[in-house]
Design a binder for this molecule. Structure first.
Ligand code: MD6
Ligand code: FE
Length: 216
C-alpha cells in the first residue's frame, strides 16, 4: 500500500477508470520515461525494429520488436509467441528490470497485484502508423492483465468493449501514460488511431509503446 501511494501520490499522476477492469494511469511513467527509452537502445541494436506481416500478408504500419522470455510475432503462419527472434535466431533480449518493475507497479495501481510479465512487445509508431481494433488473445491464460506504456509522441488509444461493434472510447495517451486492462476487460477490443505528426524531445518523430503481458 505504501508503494502504491508512492506511485500515485505524485504531482500530475492520477488514475482514471476507463471501464470495469481498465484504468488509465496518467503520468505514471513520466519520471522514468527517459530511462526507459535509454534502456531500449541495446535491445533495439540486438533485435531491430521490423514491419511484420499479418497472416493475410499485409505489412503492419507499426514497427515491432520484443524483449523478455517470449516475443509476440506475426507472419504468414499466424500470430504467436516465440522465445527466439526469427530474424537473428537468438533469444529475445532480456527484459530490463526497470521495465518489469514498472509493469508490476502499474498493474498493482490498476487493481492487479502480483503481475509478472514474461513478454514485452515494443512498438514504434511513425506519423500515419496505426493499429486497427483487435483483441489480445494469443496468451495462454487471460487471468493476467495487460500493461501498455506510452512514450514520446501522443496517440489516441481506442478502447472498446468485448464485441467489435462496441463503439470505442478515444483516450489520449501522452508520454509516460500507462493503460492497464484485465479481469472482465481482458479481452476488450482496442487499437491506436493513425499517429499525428509531431516532435517529442525524447523520441523525435515517433511514439514508442511497451505492451507487457504474461504469455505463458
Ligand atoms: C499500442 N498495441 O501500441 C497497443 N496488441 O499502444 C497493441 O495493442 C498490440 O501492438 C497486439 C499485438 C501488437 C500490438
Ligand atoms: Fe493489443
Amino acid at each position: 500500500m505504501a508503494e502504491l501511494l508512492k506511485d500515485t501520490n505524485r504531482p500530475g499522476v492520477y488514475i482514471e477508470r476507463i471501464a470495469e477492469g481498465a484504468a488509465l494511469l496518467k503520468g505514471f511513467a513520466a519520471v522514468e520515461a527517459a530511462a526507459l527509452i535509454a534502456a531500449l537502445d541495446p535491445i533495439i541494436a540486438a533485435a531491430p525494429f521490423r514491419h511484420m506481416l499479418t497472416p493475410g500478408g499485409r505489412r503492419m504500419s507499426v514497427a515491432m520488436t520484443n524483449c523478455g522470455g517470449n516475443g509476440w510475432i506475426t507472419d504468414r503462419s499466424g500470430y504467436r509467441y516465440t522465445p527466439f527472434d526469427p530474424i537473428t535466431q537468438c533469444p529475445w533480449p532480456r527484459m530490463p528490470a526497470a521495465v518489469v518493475n514498472l509493469a508490476a507497479r502499474a498493474a498493482r495501481a490498476g487493481g492487479f497485484p502480483g503481475f509478472t510479465p514474461d513478454a514485452c512487445l515494443i512498438n514504434r509508431y511513425r506519423p500515419g502508423a496505426q493499429l486497427t481494433l483487435h483483441q489480445d488473445k494469443d496468451e495462454r491464460d487471460f487471468s493476467a492483465p495487460i500493461v501498455s506504456v506510452s512514450l514520446g509522441l501522443s496517440a489516441v488509444f481506442l478502447f472498446g468493449g468485448l464485441r467489435r461493434r462496441d463503439r470505442p472510447r478515444r483516450i489520449h495517451m501522452d508520454n509516460g501514460d500507462v493503460a492497464v486492462w484485465g479481469g472482465t476487460a481482458r479481452l476488450a477490443y482496442h487499437g491506436i488511431a493513425p499517429l499525428a505528426d509531431g516532435e517529442h524531445a525524447l523520441t523525435g518523430h515517433c511514439r514508442i509503446n511497451l505492451t507487457l503481458r504474461k504469455a505463458s
